[in-house]
Design a protein around this ligand. Structure first.
Ligand SMILES: NC(=O)C1=CN([C@@H]2O[C@H](COP(=O)(O)OP(=O)(O)OC[C@H]3O[C@@H](n4cnc5c(N)ncnc54)[C@H](OP(=O)(O)O)[C@@H]3O)[C@@H](O)[C@H]2O)C=CC1
Ligand SMILES: O=C(O)C(=O)Cc1ccc(O)cc1
Length: 467
């Protein structure tokens, strides 16, 4: 909280603009919190009319915030209005409240996929309103400080963009300027295919109905990232992931390629085709990471020691590690359990990721510098960790080919990847919701621990990558 004497960017305004937030779910709440703390005194918020009373109670003592009945009430009095609702519903909600937007208002959306938002704004917003849209590229529980915040100047004069920048200065995010179209391309590259990988890991682990941390076994090293992020994604709202995968046309292509990459690599493994698998993996390595290393790019962050701080299920005793107990355990549930376990795992999820980037001509480092979410940053971090070292990659390839104890996990992974891809290609929200909910239910008992640990991990890694 700011002390009463703290000077905020809002204080520069003699007559502060009226801010309106329509949709007070996770992201609407996050915006309300930071705008209020940033000293903005005229913030109108609403969710569905049925939530009016509970919201009023919740915000009774929050400085600057007034809860109104519905989107009409917010839109007609606000000079900067942000819609923060489900992407699937943006058309309906903007159709309903858009025409009530005040003359000259600046209108934004927070949706993770912009094609439907753009259509809705163009269809329903009065021509005397301006469109400057937004997208915070992080989840609602991550501090916005230093994270990318996309600003889209679509139908607006420069002063409107400056006003939005001033309003949001208190987030201390890094503004990234994109068009609506570039936004969807970049976020498909950064988010959709990354989520597909983690959703698939969850589906595969849940299908096995067994996972190491359940038995208090040690999950260390880069497995920590996989496990924590997978939990984090399944603890978030399903519609966020469904919307950005199903409604973004570029996302479908990429998620399909991810499934194809996993399937094709798995077939090479089944065939025991060592030259074929090795050639494919090392070619992908060259395409994705080759140039970056020729240019002397510093690796992202990872040491297993850093990651071991964030293990789920407790750390192993020093004695167990010294005796190599965890490292030697190759039972189905605990093959990933060694702190130095990179080599004892096929890492199909990572091999498929880099193969997919290579096949699509995606340069993840370009996105990393422009508009990486914390999850994407970590995902490239672990991919890079595995691929940077020829020895580690070689060990993964050998494990993929010759350690058949991986096969059942890898088979579930391929089935899961295909299933997610098909679900997205059908564009079926209900099927997506059911797939997501079934897997999430399996992991739910770990959500609290995983969110705490995952949050700390994101913070530590964001800080280490800044320094
Ligand atoms: N969560 C995340 O990590 C991020 C999400 N986003 C995007 O932000 C948007 C919001 O996501 P998030 O806050 O997580 O989702 P939530 O489901 O938490 O919030 C959406 C809110 O909007 C409400 N709503 C729906 N229709 C209306 C309406 N007609 N009038 C007023 N309120 C309405 C919903 O009510 P009800 O639940 O009853 O439908 C809900 O409370 C999405 O488009 C998402 O893609 C962007 C960045 C990160
Ligand atoms: O970082 C991620 O990819 C997340 O999962 C959180 C998230 C979800 C949706 C967004 O539009 C932005 C961030």
């Amino acid at each position: 909280m700011m002390s009463p004497t703290t000077v905020t960017p809002a204080d520069a305004f003699e007559d502060q603009p009226t801010i309106g937030l329509i949709g007070m779910g996770a992201m609407g709440e996050m915006y309300a919190k930071y705008l209020s703390q940033g000293g903005w005194k005229k913030i109108n918020v609403c969710d569905l009319p049925s939530k009016y009373e509970s919201l009023r109670e919740k915000y009774a003592n929050t400085p600057g915030i007034t809860v109104l009945q519905d989107g009409h009430a917010v839109a007609r009095v606000s000079e900067f209005i942000m819609f923060s609702v489900e992407a699937e519903h943006i058309d309906k909600v903007v159709a309903q409240y858009g025409p009530s937007c005040k003359v000259g208002a600046i209108v934004a959306g927070q949706t993770s996929v912009k094609a439907p938002e753009k259509d809705a704004f163009e269809k329903y917003l009065p021509l005397d309103t301006h469109i400057v849209s937004l997208h915070s590229l992080h989840g609602p529980t991550v501090s916005p400080v230093g994270q990318p915040l996309v600003i889209i100047k679509h139908r607006a004069p420069d002063w409107a963009v400056s006003l939005v920048e001033n309003i949001l200065k208190c987030f201390r995010s890094r503004f990234v300027y994109l068009t609506y179209e570039d936004h969807d391309l970049v976020t498909a590259n950064v988010q959709a295919v990354t989520h597909a990988a983690f959703l698939t890991m969850g589906t595969a682990w849940a299908a096995m109905r067994d996972y190491p941390w359940q038995h208090g076994q040690y999950v260390g090293g880069i497995e920590t990232v996989k496990v924590n992020i997978m939990h984090r994604i399944y603890a978030n709202k399903w519609h966020v992931y469904a919307g950005l995968a199903i409604l973004n046309p570029s996302a479908k292509v990429q998620i399909d390629q991810y499934a194809s990459s996993a399937t094709e690599l798995f077939k090479l493994m089944l065939a025991g085709d060592e030259p074929g698998l090795r050639a494919r993996v090392f070619e992908a390595r060259e395409r994705v990471f080759g140039q970056a290393y020729k240019e002397g790019r510093v690796p992202i962050f990872l040491t297993e020691d850093v990651l071991d701080q964030f293990t789920i299920g407790g750390k192993p005793s020093k004695k167990a590690v010294a005796n190599g107990d965890a490292a030697n355990d190759t039972s189905a549930g605990n093959r990933n359990a060694s702190p130095n376990s990179v080599g004892s795992n096929s890492h199909l999820s990572l091999l498929a990721m880099v193969d997919c980037w290579a096949k699509l001509g995606i340069h993840p480092f370009v996105h990393l510098d422009l508009a990486a979410t914390p999850i994407f940053r970590m995902w490239i971090g672990v991919a890079e960790y595995l691929f940077r070292s020829e020895a580690r990659l070689d060990a993964a390839v050998r494990a993929a080919l010759y350690d058949t104890s991986h096969r059942s996990d890898d088979l579930e992974f391929v089935v899961g990847a295909r299933g997610w891809s098909q679900c997205v290609s059908f564009g079926n929200f209900e099927l997506y919701r059911r797939r997501f909910a079934e897997t999430a239910a399996f992991f739910e008992p770990q959500f609290d621990e995983a969110n705490t640990i995952g949050g700390a991990m994101i913070k530590a890694i964001s800080e280490s990558s800044k320094s």
